[in-house]
Each structure stands twice: as structure tokens, then as C-alpha cells.
Write a protein that binds this ligand. Structure first.
Ligand code: MN
Length: 258
């Protein structure tokens, strides 16, 4: 059974499953757990009551040339690459980002999110946009000091990237309403001052290419999310800062650092 078959199977089962784990199991789907499972992670969808259920969160590294250069890399020599955050990192109650422990250098990275409604493996570039449900504005918050140490040691980036509430994300905006944005301003202001400025058309790997490439490495499924990389101008925030991110055609995200 492939992952997508399994996922389909699970989602059919889920429809019959009790809405909350605290409810008694039904005859149709008799499953119990050794402890109450955490709630499924989902994001609001603009103009709809139904929410977008999140599966995985993939992040593209160095996808804007100017940002690759500011991080000390040559964008022509190094193809973009991927890392992951955790689905629950997307949920930031009241959009208050808690400054995380063990770091004195937490950076903002404004990014457009691509949310998938369809998956597969080895998806051709020309079919990739059929997989997209919608887009959102997000922040790839980064403990830059810890990420830097891990880079130096050749170790994974999780402690720099995948910490609690490290991926504040706005509502998903359906592509059926806005289409597939290819151009448009991407910026981030901190306390009203412009910090990051770019354009979606500066992405080294475009949305169809990143979906196609990822699907060669992982089996993508509905609910997967891709954070598409950040333009130049990343920098530190401190408690009390207000971050205002914008992706033209998608929307705005305002997050307070607390
Ligand atoms: Mn990033």
C-alpha cells in the first residue's frame, strides 16, 4: 500500500471517527489510544468555515539569490535544498510569537506558503500547480546562532529551525480565488521599518519546480505545506517587536514578539 492509498484510507476512516478523542469510540471505527492524542493541526481558510488539515511542513532554503549571498553562499553554485518544520510549529495563538529559549539571535524570514490539496511522487513540473490548494503568508522564525553552530558542525538544523511556534502562518487563501501568484512584492517590516524586500519573481526555484523536485524525494500528500524561502534582509527581533509581513496578492500577517 502506498502512502497516498494509506492516507486516503485514513481520511475515509477519519470521517467516521469520533470528533474528539475524549468521545467514546464508535462501532464503525473502534480505536483507542494509550493517552489522548494531540488535536490535528489545521489552518483557517479565507472565506470558508472548513479548515486546511496540515500533514508535513517542508521549507526551501536559499531560494532567493540575494538572501543566499547575504548568508555567505553563491546562489549559482548551490542549488536550493529542503528542511522541515513540525506541523504544530504553525500554530501561534493570538499571533504572539514567544521568544524562544537558548538563543540571543532570533531572526525573521518572511515566506509565502504553498498548501497542497493533492500529492504524488515524481510530479511533472507542468502538472505541479494542479496540486496546489492555496497560498498563505508565513514567518520562518530561526534561532540563527544555533543554526550557525549546527552548520559549522555539519549537524541537522532542527534546533535552529523547528522549535515551538517557529512558523507563524496566516490563513490559507484558495488558488481558486487568487490564482497562482508568480510576481508581486514580498516584504517584512519590523515596528514599521522595512527590513526585507523582494518579489516572488526572484525565486530561484518557482513553485511548480519545488513541488516537482520535492515529489522526487518524498511522497507528497494532501495537507503538505511548503514554505518557499525568504528574500534578503533577514535580521534579529527582540521582545516587544511587531513584525508585519506581506505577500502581494495573498495577504498580510502581523505577529508580536513576546
Ligand atoms: Mn526560510
Amino acid at each position: 500500500m502506498s502512502l497516498s492509498d494509506m492516507y486516503r484510507c485514513c481520511s475515509q476512516a477519519r470521517e467516521r471517527r469520533p470528533r474528539y478523542a475524549s468521545q467514546p469510540p464508535t462501532k464503525e471505527f473502534d480505536m483507542s489510544y494509550v493517552f489522548t492524542p494531540p488535536p490535528a493541526v489545521s489552518l483557517p481558510v479565507r472565506g470558508q468555515d472548513d479548515r486546511f488539515p496540515v500533514h508535513r511542513v517542508y521549507c526551501v532554503g536559499r531560494n532567493y539569490a540575494e538572501h543566499a549571498i547575504e548568508m555567505g553562499h553563491d546562489p549559482d553554485k548551490e542549488p536550493p535544498f529542503f528542511f522541515q518544520k513540525n506541523p504544530d510549529n504553525l500554530i501561534v495563538p493570538d499571533l504572539k510569537f514567544p521568544y524562544p529559549p537558548q538563543s540571543n539571535d532570533v531572526h525573521h524570514e518572511i515566506e509565502m506558503v504553498v498548501a497542497l490539496k493533492k500529492g504524488g511522487t515524481d510530479i511533472p513540473v507542468e502538472d505541479a500547480l494542479d496540486c496546489v490548494y492555496g497560498y498563505a503568508v508565513s514567518l520562518d522564525m530561526t534561532r540563527r546562532d544555533l543554526q550557525g553552530q549546527m552548520k559549522k558542525l555539519g549537524r541537522p538544523w532542527e534546533i535552529g529551525k523547528a522549535f515551538e511556534m517557529s512558523a507563524p502562518c496566516g490563513e490559507i487563501v484558495p488558488a481558486s480565488d487568487i490564482g497562482h501568484p508568480e510576481n508581486g512584492a514580498v516584504w517584512l517590516k519590523v515596528n514599521g521599518e522595512m527590513r526585507q524586500e523582494g518579489d516572488l519573481n526572484q525565486m530561484l526555484w518557482k513553485v511548480p519546480e519545488m513541488i516537482s523536485y520535492l515529489s522526487g524525494l518524498f511522497e507528497l500528500v494532501p495537507g503538505d505545506i511548503i514554505m518557499s524561502g525568504t528574500p534578503a534582509g533577514v535580521g534579529p527581533v527582540v521582545r516587544g517587536d511587531v513584525m508585519h509581513g506581506h505577500v502581494e496578492g495573498v495577504g498580510d500577517l502581523i505577529v508580536n514578539v513576546v
